[in-house]
Design a protein around this ligand. Structure first.
Ligand SMILES: *Cc1c(COP(=O)(O)O)cnc(C)c1O
Length: 383
């Protein structure tokens, strides 16, 4: 069986998990802050807060930025539902910005939509750009627009841990308030379930810390820094139990040691696909300049209404490719909120054509070439 993505767990990972299982603290121990320090180091961010899922990280990021009932959040329709659901959790309204050629939010459409929204006094409070497949959005342009139209930015970098933008790590928050990662098993590294929020803003850090732990702050906030105060356990906000356990954080530390290799193995696979999938009816991913993608996904577009047929043939050959994503506004829940088919034509066209091919560090050479051969044979048979 060949999946579209899969975790890579080795002996080191297993030993690390066993070690923590035998230690004094399974949760709220010393390993979680250790993991967070390592995340800060590789993302070049000042602060990081680990939680029990990427979705939780998105939720508390919206809360930390003060998202309230009837506020507006914009995100990409080409994402997992969590990118939009996080706004609904806060009682806010969601809208989408259609995608461009790179499958991320189209900056020109964003600008046009902002101009109209300003006139109608319906500007978003938060924009959540999604770095689809691990390719960073054009954050410089997004940041510029945020200064003109006064919105905050949460990067949904669930696909992009280990990625770069202008040679700097995604997650450094140079162009955003908060960056969110997921460490679900299909993502770049895994903590089984898990998520991380990074920020450079001490005030947001304090809020994120409190929100993941019932709203209780174990650290005292002083002007611009956080001091550990052991006796300080006041609940200051209404938060949740979104904590990551020490066992998971330990797995995360072990996985982080391999992140460079994981990403370069993904890059290696995408190079083979790029070279071998040169067919008229297939288009391969377009890479933006100044971006180093993690290739969490390798998405091809299949022309002439042949996508569903190809998916079936792949499945028959036990290659479980899939589609990323059903546009968020297509889901029945979102249709009930008032969205319609036809609202975002670019993502809808893309959705008819896309297939995510298998790509993950443990994918064998024979499996890569088998996938390519299966596609090639399909195209010859279905001319
Ligand atoms: C995986 C993912 C999430 C949610 O992460 P979980 O850890 O599964 O909660 C959010 N956004 C995107 C784009 C994702 O791919």
């Amino acid at each position: 069986m060949i999946n579209y993505s899969k975790q890579s767990i080795d002996k080191q990972d297993i030993n690390q998990v066993i070690k923590i299982l035998k230690s004094d603290y399974l949760t709220t121990g010393p390993i979680v802050p250790k993991f967070e320090k390592k995340i800060c180091k590789i993302t070049k961010s000042k602060f990081s807060v680990s939680v029990n899922s990427g979705t939780s990280a998105l939720h508390i990021s919206c809360m930390a930025l003060g998202l309230k009932k009837n506020d507006i959040v914009w995100t990409s329709p080409n994402s997992f539902v969590a990118s939009a659901n996080c706004a609904l959790y806060c009682g806010a309204k969601v809208d989408f910005v259609d995608i461009g050629e790179d499958l991320n939010i189209d900056i020109n459409l964003l600008e046009a939509k902002l101009r109209i929204a300003k006139k109608k006094k319906k500007l978003p409070k938060i924009l959540i750009p999604v770095h689809f497949s691990g390719q960073s959005c054009d954050m410089k342009k997004i940041k510029k627009l945020s200064l003109v139209y006064n919105f905050r930015i949460i990067e949904d970098a669930s696909h992009a841990l280990g990625g770069k933008y202008f040679n700097q790590p995604v997650g450094n928050c140079k162009y955003s308030d908060i960056t969110v990662f997921s460490t679900h098993p299909v993502k770049i590294i895994t903590t089984i379930e898990g998520g991380i929020a990074t920020t450079n803003n001490p005030n947001l850090y304090m809020k994120l810390l409190a929100l993941r732990n019932h709203g209780i702050l174990r650290k005292k906030y002083t002007k611009n820094s956080l001091k550990k105060v052991r006796s300080h356990f006041d609940q200051i906000l209404l938060g949740y139990n979104y904590r990551m356990s020490d066992v998971q954080a330990g797995l995360g530390i072990s996985q982080l040691k391999k992140i460079k290799r994981f990403v370069s193995l993904r890059q290696h696979i995408r190079k083979i696909y790029d070279q071998k999938l040169k067919f008229e009816e297939i288009s391969i991913p377009k890479l933006n300049q100044n971006v180093f993608s993690t290739y969490h996904l390798y998405v091809i577009r299949v022309k002439n209404n042949k996508r569903d047929k190809l998916l079936k043939v792949l499945k028959k050959n036990k290659i479980f490719s899939t589609i990323h994503y059903i546009p968020i506004h297509y889901h029945p829940y979102y249709q009930k909120l008032g969205f319609n088919k036809g609202d975002f034509p670019q993502v809808e066209k893309y959705y008819q054509e896309c297939i995510s091919l298998p790509i993950y560090p443990a994918l064998k050479k024979s499996e890569i070439y088998f996938t390519i051969k299966t596609i090639k044979n399909f195209l010859i048979k279905n001319k």
